[in-house]
Ligand binder design. Structure first.
Ligand SMILES: O=C(O)CCC(=O)C(=O)O
Length: 356
């Protein structure tokens, strides 16, 4: 696809009405000029508590499943949200991958996704018609685990090439203070301005992630790694807004606590979502109906999602028996970029494709 700098650097017509949560004019300008904006006090702790509680429920359900299947001998019920999954991961390596792979959304995350103040910001970034982009993640970054450290990438590298033509803002929302020590995000300021996706290669360490090398970013995106990298520490209650063309990564977690975060995305419903699976963008706000609410059957598609099989269907691997405790993660992004280093995730993909 041709370069689309204007998609990422041109704000839509700004709403005339003043609404709660809206970014200031300078913040909107920063989002389009530099590719990111950090709002340190967007939510109150009470507003994020349901997402913490919901995450505890998801971890509890996974503990029950693993215990029931004899994969773990202890449910670690006394441990809190910031330590329990680490213990489960130690006993059954790949537990974090299972949680990510399940892709089961909690109602609390849906409520956050349609939070009025977040949608007011999205109106400033994508315009009055707003849909939720089907790609979202709950990320448990357990301490000292390289599977949860995400290398430099542009989000467009994980989607169909056509998503380059759509602005897909991301709200990255930590469920505790995200710091340099526990693995906050870094962005390469202005790396979005050319509106291109640089070449990525896979995979990094023990992950299923592809990366864009620093030399490639400097060559193709015109950035200077020495001066343009910004470390974004986000306090609990804060939100980091980025776009789908800006290079970013997360740092390793060197603390004892799990760094939980959610990444939620939105877009203009008439633009391509770039999502490889079957799910379509979900309309969340429309100027045609000020009282519009997402119908329950739309949410049900997310509640019933099984991301593992969705990904396999999109790589043409459907119909194979799926092991619900298979901790390998692979998907169509691994077929888009050259794989220069293999590990158990890529080998599992090759095996399924009959290439070994
Ligand atoms: O949360 C992280 O560690 C990485 C998040 C990320 O890369 C993303 O949201 O695209």
């Amino acid at each position: 696809m041709e370069a689309c700098p204007e998609v990422y650097t041109t704000p839509p017509v700004q709403p005339k009405e003043h609404k709660p949560g809206q970014l200031t004019r300078e913040q909107v300008k920063q989002f389009f000029d530099e590719g990111f904006v950090l709002v340190k006090d967007f939510f109150t702790p009470e507003e994020l508590q349901p997402s913490r509680d919901g995450t505890e429920e998801l971890v509890d359900a996974l503990a029950e499943r693993l215990y029931g299947a004899g994969k773990i001998k202890n449910k670690y019920r006394d441990a809190d949200l910031f330590t329990r999954l680490t213990m489960m991961e130690a006993e059954f390596p790949g537990t974090c991958a299972l949680l990510l792979k399940e892709g089961k959304i909690h109602k609390a995350y849906c409520d956050l996704w349609v939070n009025d103040r977040l949608l007011n910001v999205m109106e400033q970034l994508v315009g009055p018609e707003i849909a939720g982009n089907p790609l979202w993640n709950l990320r448990p970054k357990v301490p000292s685990n390289d599977e949860t450290t995400v290398p430099w990438h542009q989000d467009n590298c994980y989607t169909l090439p056509e998503s380059l033509g759509s602005l897909i803002p991301v709200a990255w929302i930590p469920l505790l203070d995200a710091t340099t020590e526990n693995g906050c995000m870094q962005v390469v300021s202005r790396g979005h301005r050319k509106g291109v996706t640089a070449d990525h290669v896979g995979v990094v360490g023990g992950t299923w992630y592809v990366e864009v090398l620093e030399e490639e970013m400097e060559r193709t995106l015109g950035v200077n790694i020495k001066t343009d990298v910004v470390t974004c520490e986000v306090p609990y209650g804060g939100v980091l807004f980025i776009n789908n063309a800006i290079p970013h990564r997360s740092l390793p977690n060197k603390t004892e606590q799990i760094r939980w975060s959610l990444d939620l995305r939105w877009q203009d419903p008439d633009k391509p979502s770039g999502f490889w699976g079957k799910r379509r963008p979900v309309l969340m706000r429309t100027a045609k109906d000020p009282n519009y609410k997402v119908p329950q059957n739309e949410w049900d598609k997310f509640f019933n999602a099984d991301r593992g099989s969705e990904l396999e269907m999109s790589t043409g691997l459907s119909g194979k028996e799926v092991d619900e405790f298979d901790t390998t993660v692979h998907g169509p992004w691994l077929t888009r970029w050259p794989i220069v280093r293999h590990n158990r995730h890529t080998r599992a993909l090759l095996l399924q494709q009959g290439n070994v």
